[in-house]
Design a protein around this ligand. Structure first.
Ligand SMILES: Cc1cc2nc3c(=O)[nH]c(=O)nc-3n(C[C@H](O)[C@H](O)[C@H](O)COP(=O)(O)OP(=O)(O)OC[C@H]3O[C@@H](n4cnc5c(N)ncnc54)[C@H](O)[C@@H]3O)c2cc1C
Length: 458
């Protein structure tokens, strides 16, 4: 390791740390940034994502929608300047229901989202409605906001592959997906062009003599090295908590394990051009009578007959002969300590395929023989209300960008742009207070927390 001094040392080269380095070096002109990671860049959580983005977030207040709109603006700028190397699309998130009562909730939700700044609500109630489907590729010239479709003929015309009893759809439009790895590598290369140095090693200590950051000690293969620096950024992903303790700071964050299942859809069950598909009703997994009897007799597997929570979702990835389908479902979350390697529920592929067949019935073709695929995933590192942390820590010169939960790919640019405003002393956007650690010191915010509604987690 060569750096003996740095203007800023960032711990963590996941998407958060890389975006922070990019915004500091490329967009704010901060020179001499060192990015430290004990693993290869983007290899811990940032390559396990479903890589989707959305400006579709609940309140209270408009902070979450505002920061995501900013983040998506930045993603679109990056896509334009790079010739869309990270293949950003704008297919949208399609929420579907077979529950007639939910249709009116979809309309209310679209109107609330419009009031928060997500874009206008359009309701289509007749077969001749002027609903415009999303293109498979590209992101330019597309509507924002949401289309709510309550006419079943219109639903079938545009989405013939959905369950026949689907009675309403909400298509959120400033949403889609991209390659997170390509985005991260693009940001890292631009940052390195501006002098950002990447160092392999583990941040062991942060010297805070006199109440402010002085130096960071890193252990690497060649031994320990201390980098004198006035600024330290904690971007340690699932390890933000222990890294904050190096500064004597306790963070109110927790980790949940989340898995996804990716398989080659050789039966072409999921339409290649489909948006992100989300079923908003609770689901009972479909089993044959014989399977039901067998599961009912097994104490270990009986729960597979129970009702599963709403929210099973998935999307196609890529084109060609047998594109991949990604499925994900938050059906069994609990708070855990992050450890690696991660073990996942062996029944996850079956639960996901059967659950997702509620929205895409053609997936039932896989029941007799499950497709081979890959189960992987990582930790959602989050605050209790699921809003990230970006800003100063209570030690002078120390900052955080973390707790990016299940939305770090989409939010990293917005969060890093905000962090770079703090570090470069620029005026802060109106949403800045919503993402500071010291929001928890505010009694009014604590009262809000006690009665927090939807966290926006899918
Ligand atoms: C299954 C799944 C699906 C997801 N889907 C989406 C999605 O669709 N859209 C979306 O936007 N987000 C999604 N996410 C969330 C997203 O992946 C994360 O929010 C994001 O990757 C977090 O990035 P990070 O940089 O904070 O953490 P990480 O990528 O974990 O990076 C942290 C880095 O810090 C390093 N580090 C930690 N401690 C030290 C130390 N002491 N010294 C040196 N280095 C250290 C680690 O080695 C690591 O490389 C998903 C996540 C999962 C698990």
């Amino acid at each position: 390791m060569s750096a003996k001094t740095a203007e800023v040392v960032i711990c963590g080269a996941g998407i958060a740390g890389i975006a922070a380095a990019y915004h500091l070096a490329v967009r704010r002109g901060v020179t001499d940034v060192v990015l430290v990671d004990e693993r290869p860049p983007l290899s811990l959580t940032s390559d396990k994502s479903t890589e989707c983005y959305r400006n579709w977030w609940p309140g209270p207040g408009d902070a979450m929608v505002a920061v995501m709109n900013r983040s998506i603006d930045l993603l679109e700028d990056l896509a334009r300047e790079s010739g869309n190397v990270f293949r950003m699309n704008r297919r949208g998130y399609l929420f579907a229901t077979a529950d007639a009562d939910r249709a009116s909730r979809f309309i209310r939700r679209a109107q609330e989202a419009a009031a928060l700044g997500a874009g206008p609500a359009r309701v289509h109630t007749s077969p001749g409605g002027d609903y415009q489907p999303a293109p498979a590729d590209g992101f330019e010239d597309q509507p924002a906001g949401a289309d709510v479709i309550t006419d079943r003929a219109l639903i079938r015309r545009h989405f013939p592959y959905l369950a026949e009893d689907t009675v309403a759809l909400l298509h959120a439009r400033r949403c889609g997906w991209f390659s997170g790895q390509q985005l991260g590598m693009y940001l890292l290369e631009r940052a390195r062009d501006k002098g950002v140095r990447l160092h392999e090693g583990r941040v062991e200590r942060v010297d805070t003599a006199g109440g402010r950051v002085r130096a960071v000690t890193v252990s690497a293969r060649g031994g320990e090295q201390t980098i004198a620096t006035p600024r330290f950024v904690n971007a340690a992903g699932p390890f933000v908590k222990p890294v904050a303790r190096l500064l004597g700071v306790e963070l109110p964050v927790l980790c949940e394990r989340h898995a996804k299942f990716a398989f080659n859809d050789v039966r072409a069950a999921v339409a290649r051009h489909a948006p992100m598909l989300i079923w908003t009703d609770p689901v009972r997994l479909p089993w044959s009578e014989e399977e039901r009897r067998e599961l009912g007799r097994s104490r270990e597997h009986r729960h597979l007959l129970d009702e599963f929570p709403a929210g099973v979702h998935g999307r196609p990835e890529g084109a060609g002969e047998s594109p991949v389908v990604l499925l994900i479902w938050t059906y069994d979350v609990e708070t855990v300590e992050p450890t690696f390697p991660i073990e996942f529920d062996a029944r996850c592929p079956e639960i996901l395929i059967r659950g997702m067949s509620r929205i895409v019935p053609a997936l039932a073709a896989y029941f007799p023989r499950l497709p081979r695929g890959v189960v992987d995933g990582g930790y959602y590192t989050k605050t209790r209300e699921n809003r990230f942390l970006a800003g100063p820590l209570p030690v002078e010169g120390a900052y955080i960008i973390g707790a990016l939960s299940g939305y770090g790919l989409m939010a990293a640019n917005g969060a890093a742009d905000l962090l770079a405003d703090y570090i470069s002393g620029r005026p802060l956007p109106a949403y800045a207070p919503a993402f500071r650690l010291d929001r928890y010191d505010d009694p009014a915010y604590r009262a809000l927390l006690a009665d927090w509604g939807d966290s926006g987690q899918l």
